[in-house]
Ligand binder design. Sequence first.
Ligand code: CP
Length: 317
Amino acid sequence: MRHFTNVQDIGPLDRAIADALEIKHDRFAFSDLGRNKTLMMIFFNSSLRTRLSTQKAAMNLGMNVIVLDVNQGAWKLETERGVIMDGDKAEHLLEAIPVMGCYCDVIGVRSFAGLKDKAEDYEERIINQFIRYSGRPVISMEAATRHPLQSFADLITIEEHKKVERPKIVMTWAPHPRALPQAVPNSFAEWINATDYEFVIAQPEGYELAPEFVGRAKVEYDQRKALEGAHFVYAKNWSAYRDPNYGKVLRTDREWTVDSEKMALTDNAFFMHCLPVRRGMIVTDDVIEAPTSLVIPEAANREISAQTVLKRVLESL
Ligand code: CP
């Protein structure tokens, strides 16, 4: 594997899950693979899980790790080509990227959507510039439109907990006070669409995702109806995708909050969320604290998804 930005890059999912479970069984079995190799993790945005789990995954493989928070301690970066740099941005990404590539063997990039210009976000300008100019394999640690390490961890978690061969998975929109990117729901949809599981996206009117991510999913505007018989409930907020409301919050009322009365409609479903989560908005305390909540196992599996991907990238160097 050269780069990892989406579900296609991982190849057949059954093989990827098998590799992940093998790594989970003995996460130090390949601790020589990354000897004298350096992972550089570049963060344009805040992170807890991605930062810690990816660093731990790299350390399990024997890699050295450099972490750069672009907004803390680095020169402020210009990302547009053709601009006159007479403002507060001291360095252009087009020099910064190849320089970063000089100091490492693999680059991980975390960069959110701006949520102002849909075309710019869906072009994936930042991560694609890293792929083009760094000269190194690039791993997405969440980009503008996808969060593949999260989705891979989510799928590993589903595989570990499913009680039927083809579970019903419901991804439900839930309220949040701020505008969030579509990366996590897009990516979760992309990965679940690559399985043969029953997949429903529940959302209020106006929150339709891009058709290429919705894929074969059944879109349901009645959350309670969608939840009936579900085996997994994946809650997530996202801002509007469709114009003219791209990047906007259309409602913040708690009609769509996942609570125990709604979970009672399911087939004793597991509750999932990528974290961080706003309690009382996305989900009630009792649901996230219930034995059926998988939020911590999902986060734990971020180490496994990252290590599976890094192992494949190292094997291709
Ligand atoms: N789920 C996830 O990516 O968490 P962080 O934003 O804390 O990395």
